[in-house]
Ligand binder design. Structure first.
Ligand code: BES
Ligand code: MN
Length: 455
């Protein structure tokens, strides 16, 4: 490229600088991982405050003007530093809260004690999303003293809990997030060695379905056979949510178009850990099933535990459902379709109520234009290969709120995850070499935006 905005020497010197910075970036990442900042309500929320303070300290050390903001939920960190006069502005997003670690026994090393094994750093939040926080810091450090663009950093503290106070934070502080471009470092890449821009995310809702069949529980020997128990009715109802092929059976839901990449059943089996003999579910391309078609998962059931079981017909039972929806689907409409489906299929006239507990919109990027061109070029600089466009099946509710508020900003969704990251699971980990590429690419992206403007 002869008319590139950066010379090969400029690109190489930024890459070298990031390489020199990585030991300290890694050390700071490890300190963040040691803070168990689980935003789920049953965990110690003072740890989330500690991690917000730690992130704020790291940003202050880079010369940013920093504030920790709390608007009824967990603390978010907002930092700002001006760029050269007239230079573009960029907002950098990540989250400092993490998912619960689950059972310690399922981990090969303690979840909050960062441990390296075979080129990967293990720990809760090692990838999702404390490495996202540190990628932003690495990019800032690479430009210490000579930042080519204005930068605002926004690090949320409750993304893993559905961002309940985000509307209040945006209401009060949203104007400070205005930018020409935003880098959301909370997704991942296509494969080790192949970078990606995430151009679609699914939306999601959570709902609770409750089933009641009796005024009170009764002896299963006296009434079993003539009156239904609520657990069986619930299970029968849940079974109507998928057809025999495993497609979601709720009518009227949207389906989006998935990015065109090859992903076969063997890769799905290997990456998901599907047991031999167990079939994948759904029809259509695997990536459409993962990224753009709806899915419904039963994520919890309240019923008598086996330990407390006796010969009785249960009067009531409930289940929590997580439904993923097409990137452009309206979450409220999706919930109404789910509710109607469940109410209409109440087994044996059981009383069925359905409650919406959380909702978040998906996102489909307009992945073109000069800022996207520079993002793609930065990936190429760092990896030596072109990035692919990919989708993800998960959600980042902040993105649609940001897009609605700043419709002209280019939204670049990137991140450190790879197919073996196991975010949310036991043994979550970060591929350290890929992490360095992510940091390089972000540093180069900021340089490219500044140079594009100057040129
Ligand atoms: N980092 C994930 C989003 C993601 C998922 C990116 C899969 C790439 C692949 C994010 O932290 C997350 O888990 N989001 C939640 C949002 C929910 C709580 C509203 C999700 O998708 O479950
Ligand atoms: Mn995340």
């Amino acid at each position: 490229m002869t008319d590139d905005v950066l010379t090969p020497d400029q690109i190489q010197s930024l890459r070298d600088r990031v390489a020199d910075l990585m030991p300290q970036v890694r050390a700071d990442l490890e300190s963040l991982i040691r803070i168990p900042s689980v935003s789920a309500a049953s965990f110690d929320q003072s740890q989330v405050a500690r991690s917000a303070d730690a992130v704020a300290g790291l940003l202050r050390a880079e010369g940013l003007d920093v504030e920790v903001v709390v608007e009824g939920g967990r603390p978010a960190v907002i930092g700002h530093v001006e760029g050269p006069d007239g230079a573009p502005t960029v907002t950098l997003y990540a989250h400092h809260d993490v998912q619960p670690p689950g059972d310690d026994a399922d981990w090969d090393s303690a979840p909050f004690e960062p441990t390296e094994r075979e080129g990967r750093l293990y720990g809760r939040g090692a990838a999702d999303d404390k490495a996202g926080v540190m990628a932003h810091l690495a990019a800032l450090r690479a430009h210490r003293g000579t930042l080519p663009v204005g930068v605002t950093v926004f690090v949320e503290g409750e993304e893993e809990s559905g961002s309940p106070s985000l509307p209040a934070i945006l209401e009060k502080h949203g104007d400070r997030l205005a930018a020409d471009a935003i880098v959301i470092a909370d997704s991942g890449n296509w494969a080790i060695g192949t970078p990606a821009l995430t151009t679609t995310l699914r939306g999601g809702i959570r709902a609770v379905v409750r089933v009641e069949t009796l005024d009170h529980s009764v002896h299963s020997g006296m009434f079993g056979g003539a009156v239904p128990d609520a657990v069986t009715a619930l299970v029968k109802l849940l079974a109507t949510l998928h057809d025999d092929d495993g497609n979601v059976a709720v009518r009227g839901l949207d389906e989006g178009l998935a990015a065109e990449l090859d992903y076969d059943e063997a890769r799905l089996r290997a990456e998901s850990g599907l047991l031999d003999g167990v079939e994948p579910i759904g029809t259509g391309s695997i990536l459409s099933r993962l990224w753009t078609k709806p899915s419904i998962t039963t994520i919890g059931i309240d019923a008598t535990s086996m330990e407390k079981a006796s010969n009785t017909l249960a009067a009531r039972a409930a289940a929590k459902l997580s439904m993923r929806i097409a990137p452009a689907q309206d979450p409220k409409k999706a919930f109404e379709l789910l509710r109607a489906h469940l109410e209409e299929r109440a087994p044996w006239g059981a009383r069925v109520t359905v409650e919406l507990t959380e909702e978040g919109s998906g996102f489909a990027a307009d992945a073109d234009g000069p800022i996207y061109d520079q993002a793609r070029a930065s990936f190429r600089d760092a990896w030596g290969v072109d990035p692919v466009d990919m989708g993800v099946g998960g959600s980042i509710p902040f993105i649609s709120d940001f897009a609605a508020r700043f419709p002209d900003a280019a939204i670049i969704v990137t991140g450190v995850e790879d197919p073996d990251t196991r975010a949310h699971g036991a043994n979550e980990s970060l591929h350290l070499e890929e992490f360095a590429r992510v940091c390089e690419a972000e540093a180069i992206f900021l340089a490219r935006l500044g140079a594009q403007h100057r040129g």
